[in-house]
Design a protein around this ligand. Structure first.
Ligand code: C5P
Length: 304
């Protein structure tokens, strides 16, 4: 039997994405409320002669298979810290939309990290894993942790948030991706000359309460995304997708993260099917996914 470890990692949606000033290091300070949702990538690692990545799934062709992939960088980082070679075959079974604003690349980074730790018996502490995640990217620590969390700093400094129920979502997957740096740059461009003087982002007080109460109506009322205008500016067709979901009765219609996936919070499973049907027949998106959150963070689902 070939030894292999498989880790399942969720996608995320941001129910708050408050973007502060552009920092000297090129990032923006955020007040960011993440919710993990039940769309998953599965990352499998197995011993190999050298580091290589393969990917399966409908959008596999859009996934980089070189060392720019966060999964490869995660394996290399953990190996370097523990004085070993990153000689693994990483296979990504991809179900999270690629470059869609749902942290699919981050999920693969967190998944590969946890899988390599288990395969190699590295015994890295949770703190070390979170530190490596933060080095890999702003959203990677949340992919490891899952559930719901407030992210400060550039999104990597997490405080877990309580959730008191299940939130039902419909996601409309757009044709093609959007580059996260391009969307942040467009946000700055739309803000004009004052982009560096903008006020520090404030975490919403209403959102943690709505999450804890399991109250979808309150969550919808408090949800916001400062990157939405920038994503719609770069991809004007998203306005029609948002309007279609709103018109079908979604409680909230928003761009997911930096987009171009759009997210529709709905009251329950029946409303989800209704909104999904309307979106499918609207001709404004490539695919529609129905799911719910919170979802667990990166989890080992099979060991050697
Ligand atoms: O951290 P990550 O690699 O995901 O960030 C990708 C890019 O997104 C950054 O290089 C930056 O342009 C932008 N970004 C930002 N502020 C953040 C997070 C990301 O400007 N808080």
């Amino acid at each position: 039997m070939t030894a292999a470890v498989t880790v399942r990692v969720p996608a995320k949606v941001n129910v708050q994405l408050a973007v502060g000033p552009l920092r000297p290091d090129g990032f923006h300070d955020l007040a960011n409320v993440f919710l993990a949702v039940g769309l998953y990538d599965e990352v499998t690692v197995a011993p190999a002669d050298e580091l290589r990545i393969t990917c399966s799934g409908p959008d596999a062709g859009q996934v980089p298979l070189d060392r720019t992939n966060l999964a490869a960088r995660a394996a290399l980082s953990l190996a370097a810290r523990h004085g070993r070679e990153a000689n693994v075959h990483i296979h990504i079974a991809k179900d999270i939309p690629v470059a869609g604003g749902m942290a699919g690349g981050s999920a693969d980074g967190a998944g590969a990290l946890l899988a390599c730790d288990a395969l190699w018996g590295t015994g890295a502490s949770r703190e070390e894993l979170l530190e490596i995640c933060a080095e890999l990217g702003s959203d990677v620590p949340f992919s490891l942790v899952g559930g719901a969390a407030l992210g400060r700093g550039r999104g990597e400094l997490l405080t877990p948030l309580e959730t008191g129920g299940t939130f039902h979502w419909v996601f409309a997957v757009a044709d093609g991706g959007l580059s996260t740096p391009a969307v942040y740059a467009e946000c700055d461009r739309l803000r004009g000359a004052g982009a560096s003087d903008i006020a520090d982002p404030e975490p919403s007080a209403a959102l943690p309460a709505a999450l804890a109460a399991g109250d979808a109506v309150a969550l919808a009322a408090a949800a916001s995304n400062d990157l939405q205008a920038a994503a719609v500016s770069l991809r004007p067709s998203l306005a029609a997708t948002l309007a279609a979901g709103s018109g079908a009765g979604a409680l909230a219609a928003m761009v997911s993260g930096s987009g171009p996936t759009t997210a529709f919070l709905v009251a329950g499973p029946e409303e989800a099917e209704k909104v999904a049907d309307v979106l499918r027949s609207s001709g404004t998106c490539r695919a529609v996914r129905v799911t719910a959150g919170p979802a667990a963070g990166a989890t080992v689902v099979s060991l050697p």
